[in-house]
Design a protein around this ligand. Structure first.
Ligand code: ACM
Length: 540
């Protein structure tokens, strides 16, 4: 009994001494966003300087090494030199043993050396991203800042919760330059987001060069006075309504952007929105896409008139096939998004071509015409070896679309549940948590849309994704009708995208708003600030 008491006392004393110490040191490195699954602090610092050498036993580490070197070159003025394993303090090690999950990594930092372990290219990249986040935030800047970098010792074991961690940018309603798109992608990569959904076509502009159909960009990428595309409810970026707004990405631009993203472990999902949201295509090629005898007159929810491709004409499908052929060659990722949202009531009603196809195929109503349309689009995508992503409207209880396709549930989480019940895959993008075009809070002084509820950073952070093998991931959407300049685009994205990254990456049990808020204020925002990002202050 006595010895037990003594033992107990020793344990108590040890706990009293060691526990606060552990807490203190753990606190010191609680700075990574998204929060790693496991991060244990240890004593001391690794000091990185010009003499530090690196080694690698895997080609898969190349992107990670280049990324690290670029940041060091800009902020420290030097690159690390390559050494033999025994002479290198920083080592990249390929292993299937200690890293079990795809995109996972281990980052072990001691006073003497740093080891980054991974099993794939993304894992090495994320190891480096975490390493950079542990350094002084000036590492993210473009100016030469310091020579010597002190990095806290720790042992991190990390992997993503979801495979699809997406962010959408709408380049149609307002055009963003190639350089802004690259910055946008880089900031995603800094927070381990890995799917850039690029909304490239809509009523207000067609933004991707298609060699077979040059009018799509020479006509369909311009709007404003004297063009065939009037301003709709919102003016264009940097524009008074008196100026023509134009812009598109050449195929060369796109190839460069794809390469840039790939080097940052990001895949790009291009979106060619159809059959609605297609005014820009319609005014460019009316003969191919409009039934000349169609007397239907209708408006979209955004008040754009007659904006829907005709699903009764063969020329529509030939056009789409040719467009998808070029898009498929430009974007190596296995998925293409083909829209499917918000087909206006009244579209096609008076089109003889649609009446004819309804009779021929026994289609009873507009819903069935839409199903017929997407069955044909799915076949076109299959021919080009792509799977299909659509908005939730394309899902039907029973349909003949391929099982591997993905539906994006944007209206509600309930919509996602319905889709999953029929054994189909979903991406969760519920408007009330993940639509970054909405205001942060209801106020005249806040930029952004008001057609849904406000989406505060806390609201985004509180999003608790459904748990199911049908949930392929989560995604936030930055629609751009109100993004009249890039300051507004930055403001509406950050810091909500930080909350998105943590909801997508970090296990639910590791997430806590207070802890996140502190990390964002102390570390996340300074990292954005040094990059000149016009983020919204972290008030709530
Ligand atoms: C959507 O917001 N129309 C997908």
């Amino acid at each position: 009994m006595k010895s037990c008491n003594t033992f107990g006392r020793i344990v108590l004393v040890l706990l009293l001494y060691l526990f606060p110490l552990y807490l203190l040191s753990a606190e010191r490195i609680d700075i990574i966003i998204p929060k790693p699954q496991k991060c244990v602090a240890s004593k001391g610092h690794f000091v990185l300087n010009k003499q530090t050498g690196y080694s690698s036993d895997s080609r898969l580490a190349v992107n990670a090494i280049v990324y690290l070197q670029e940041h060091l070159k800009q902020s420290a003025g030097y690159r690390l030199s390559k050494r033999s394993r025994s002479k290198a303090a920083l080592h990249f090690h390929y292993t299937l043993k200690s890293v079990k999950k795809a995109e996972g990594y281990r980052l072990i930092i001691s006073k003497e050396n740093i080891q980054i372990e991974a099993r794939d290219s993304a894992g090495f990249f994320y190891g480096v991203v975490s390493l950079l986040q542990l350094m002084d935030p000036v590492i993210w800047g473009t100016k030469r800042a310091k020579n010597i970098w002190s990095i806290p010792s720790c042992n991190i074991e990390d992997y993503p919760r979801f495979k699809w961690r997406g962010l959408m940018l709408d380049s149609s309603r307002n055009f963003f330059s190639k350089s802004y798109v690259e910055k946008f992608i880089d900031r995603m990569a800094q927070h381990k987001l890995n799917r850039f959904h690029w909304h490239l076509t809509d009523d207000e502009g067609w933004r991707i060069e298609i060699k077979k159909y040059p009018l799509l960009t020479s006509v369909g990428a311009k709007r404003g006075p004297g063009t065939k595309l009037p301003f709709s409810t919102y003016p264009a970026m940097r524009g008074s309504k008196k100026r023509v707004q134009s812009g598109y990405y050449s195929q060369k631009d796109i190839r460069e952007i794809v390469t840039y993203a790939k080097a940052r472990a990001i895949e790009i999902i291009p979106e060619i929105d159809m059959p609605a949201h297609a005014k820009a295509a319609l005014i460019s090629y009316p003969k191919l896409l409009k039934d000349p005898q169609d007397k239907s007159r209708y408006r979209s929810v955004q008040m754009v008139s007659n904006n829907t491709l005709n699903p009764g004409m063969d020329s529509t499908y030939v056009f789409i096939d040719n467009v998808i052929a070029e898009v498929s060659r430009l974007f190596p990722f296995g998925y293409i998004h083909v829209g499917g949202d918000e087909v206006p009531k009244g579209a096609w009603k008076k089109s003889p071509a649609v009446v004819q196809i309804m009779q021929k195929k026994g289609l009873k109503n507009n819903q069935e015409v839409e199903e017929y349309f997407f069955t044909r689009i799915d076949k076109i995508l299959e021919k080009h070896h792509k799977k299909m992503v659509t908005w939730q409207e394309v899902w039907k209880d029973k349909n003949s679309l391929r099982d591997k396709n993905i539906y994006m549930a944007w209206k509600s989480t309930n919509a996602a549940k319905k889709i999953m019940k029929t054994g189909n895959n979903v991406i969760l993008a519920p408007v009330e948590y993940l639509y970054f075009d909405q205001q942060y809070r209801k106020s005249k002084g806040e930029p952004g849309h008001t057609w849904s509820t406000p989406v505060s950073t806390k609201k985004t952070y509180s999003f608790t994704p459904l748990h199911s093998s049908y949930v392929k991931g989560i995604e936030a959407c930055l629609w751009s009708e109100t993004l009249l300049n890039i300051k507004i685009a930055d403001y509406l994205t950050w810091p909500r995208a930080l909350a998105l990254s943590e909801a997508a990456w970090t296990e639910q049990s590791q997430r806590q708003w207070k802890n996140f808020k502190k990390r964002v204020s102390e570390y996340g925002l300074p990292r954005l600030k040094i990059q000149g990002i016009h983020y919204r202050p972290m008030v709530r």
